[in-house]
Ligand binder design. Sequence first.
Ligand SMILES: CC(C)(COP(=O)(O)OP(=O)(O)OC[C@H]1O[C@@H](n2cnc3c(N)ncnc32)[C@H](O)[C@@H]1OP(=O)(O)O)[C@@H](O)C(=O)NCCC(=O)NCCS
Length: 323
Amino acid sequence: MDVVRLGRTDLDAVEAFFRRHTWHAATWDRLLDSAAVARLARAQVASDAEQGGVVLGAAGGRELEGVAVLTPSAWDTAFFGVARGQVTVFEGSSAEAEAALAARLGPEARRLGLEHVHAVVDGRCHGAIAILQRTGWRVAWTSLKMVCDTQAIESAALVREPAGAFEVIPFEQAHLDRVLDMAERVRGISWLEHEPDLPAQRRREYLVEMTRNCCAGRFADLSVTLLDRGAPVGFNASAISRYPEGVASHLFTHERVTFTDPTVHGRGYGHALERGVVRHLAPRVRFLTGRVRLGAPNMLRVVEDAGFRCQGGDVYLVRRTPA
Ligand SMILES: CC(C)(COP(=O)(O)OP(=O)(O)OC[C@H]1O[C@@H](n2cnc3c(N)ncnc32)[C@H](O)[C@@H]1OP(=O)(O)O)[C@@H](O)C(=O)NCCC(=O)NCCS
């Protein structure tokens, strides 16, 4: 099995591969047929390549049997102070193709100067996960893929709200100080599992910096604040995504960050916040998507209560490449 670097002229072959082989990253959207999923995979690969990614194709004969894309991650590199990258596509139609791709990821990461690479692999791809583990990757954490089809949930989920002091409104600059103060005190952020040795101060700054970027519109398109008698006690931010031309017309969101003030956890604030998020986004977007860490059953119940359903899960794997 040969592994070659692919370029713009190979995108037809990439799309043809994903017509024959499911691209699990998009299967949560049941409005997309397999041809649309293949066009989406092609667009993802093209966009990763434009951002400096390396596209690898495994081929035994004339047709591609596997595709992997390795991309540098500028924001993570700047924040963690370690050259970081991610594998956004790692799919093969055979174990042989996946083994050949996995064997190339380490050398390609070194060539790009990356010291730390993570991959998100759909939990259904057992073979791929096993192959990555055999080639030096370790599981960092696992998450559930949660999706809310805003046209399919009970309309009561959108209007039911106990009369009370809670209110979810679009984020305003006047909330910023309280929201950042909450972010500094929140614990248990999955992404930090990538860097267990990160100093405590940097760990606290991580969510603060991400939240600040969401509030400024750099990392999210809609942010909302949960108010209790006028005081901010929770925050959520979502990025709205549009499919590339020719794929589909509906919009969807990625939930970027959700938290409530640690001093009030377990009192119903999380439930009220997430229901408010759905109420705000449902008129604008068809699907809301988010990831809930497998070890966070409280967050799982919060999003289920707001109309999200589980559509599978992902395994996050990490590989450090000695420079
Ligand atoms: C996850 C998180 C947002 C949940 O927020 P919360 O304010 O503790 O959530 P709630 O109080 O609404 O719900 C938790 C429990 O409170 C209890 N509760 C008390 N009063 C309640 C009420 N009036 N309505 C609903 N639940 C109530 C329920 O028992 C609920 O239990 P459940 O887990 O069975 O649903 C919060 O813990 C958090 O910010 N965590 C850190 C960041 C994080 O992990 N984010 C998610 C990443 S995946």
